[in-house]
Write a protein that binds this ligand. Structure first.
Ligand code: NAD
Ligand code: UDP
Length: 340
């Protein structure tokens, strides 16, 4: 029988966090979901609230908290460019201070702690590092508009490995590539949610740049399976602490994505071009050899099937329950001057 654990999920009410909490609750674990609802709504976890093995704590991870747990999944951080650029200084704080706080807790409780890192560690990858392997050190603009997220997540990885080396904290680090699915915030500005909402409303699909930039899209259920396999994989030397890429290696241009969304929704929408945001990575695709070898993990849901499920979700969503969190768009310039 599986050993039941007390598991903390920070950012547990978010898109990925809510699916992870659901899976862990189904497995019978005692799950604590910690969230300040900056980029999510209670609705994502409403169906779990009455369950005896689920507990919700409204808290901001930049402040320490005292809990007794066996495992921690650290997901708290605004994740879409629109969200993380809304208050960039806070974004860096969330990654850095959030990491320090969960690592301190892990050290005290001797808990295992998994960091939800990101493909943004690689920044705008150079063509000779495509697809991206875990040993690539990246091409990040440290003073650009994405830096609050990219550099914050890079420092978080540094902290994880230093707590591991210096204090023997049992860590796991996964680098997540673009993931999509039900419970994405409808106004997070990410490409999948934007295109689907635009197509369902028969509005123009906003293609940034000429749409030749690429991404590889992973369906949420596959990703959550990868999270759990990574957490449960044995300690070294048999297992690994990471970093490990998790993502779907099927690469598409953003224009192809737009065309597929229009086809699957049967929409009358047209595609219109808008300027490409600064520092927008031109190509991105995970090399998942390490995850395959060490975790026996690879995605099982292709883009067409995943998009169909996501479209069905957004069709049924009552948008009156969601607010646009900000008027900001992803069109911020790295060259803009600071406000006086
Ligand atoms: P999300 O915005 O839906 O979830 C993030 C959650 O963290 C939200 O519920 C938000 O309210 C919470 N949060 C934000 N700041 C907080 C704070 N200070 N204290 C407590 N809670 C806070 O985004 P997501 O897509 O579910 O991303 C989850 C994690 O996975 C993030 O760390 C993100 O960087 C990482 N990630 C996601 C993707 C992806 O494609 N979805 C890709 C790479 C990395
Ligand atoms: N994008 C787009 N139209 C949109 C939103 C995004 O063309 O309405 C592009 C964006 O410029 C980027 C890609 O889609 O090249 C993925 O954007 P997203 O914000 O989803 O994630 P990123 O991988 O850039 O963090």
């Amino acid at each position: 029988m599986q050993h039941l654990k007390r598991i903390l999920v920070t950012g547990g009410a978010g898109f990925l966090g809510s699916h992870l909490c659901e899976r862990l609750v189904q497995q019978g674990h005692d799950v604590i979901c910690l969230d300040n609802f900056f980029t999510s709504q209670k609705q994502n976890i409403a169906h779990l609230l009455e369950l005896p093995n689920f507990e919700l704590i409204r808290h901001d991870v930049t402040h320490p908290i005292w809990l007794e747990v066996d495992e921690i999944y650290n997901l708290a951080c605004p994740a879409s460019p629109v969200h993380y650029q809304y208050n960039p200084i806070k974004t860096t704080k969330v990654s850095v201070m959030g990491a320090i706080n969960v690592l301190g807790m892990a050290k005290r409780c001797r808990a295992k702690v998994l960091q939800a890192s990101t493909s943004e560690i690689y920044g705008d990858p150079t063509p000779d590092h495509h697809p991206q392997t875990e040993d690539y050190r990246g091409n990040v603009n440290p003073i650009g508009v994405r830096a609050c997220y990219d550099e914050g997540k890079r420092v978080a990885e540094t902290l994880f490995f230093d707590y591991h080396r210096s204090n023997g904290v049992n860590i796991r680090v996964v680098r997540i590539f673009n993931t999509y699915g039900p419970r994405m915030h409808p106004y997070d500005g990410r490409v999948v949610s934007n295109f689907i909402l635009q197509a369902l409303a028969n509005e123009d699909l906003t293609l940034y740049g000429d749409g030749s930039q690429t991404r590889a899209f992973c369906y949420v259920d596959d990703l959550v399976e990868g999270f759990i396999r990574m957490m449960n994989n044995p300690d070294p030397p048999e297992g690994i602490v990471g970093p490990v890429n998790l993502g779907n290696p099927d690469e598409f241009t953003i224009r192809q994505l737009a065309e597929q969304v229009i086809e699957l929704t049967g929409s009358q929408s047209k595609i219109v071009q808008q300027p490409l945001p600064d520092d927008d990575p031109l190509q991105r695709r995970p090399d998942i050899s390490l995850a395959k070898e060490k975790l026996g993990w690879q995605p099982t849901i292709n883009l067409r099937d995943g998009l169909s499920k996501t479209i069905a979700y957004f069709r049924g969503l009552d948008l009156r329950h969601y607010r646009k969190p900000t008027d900001h768009t992803a069109h911020k310039s790295s060259r803009s001057r600071p406000r006086k």
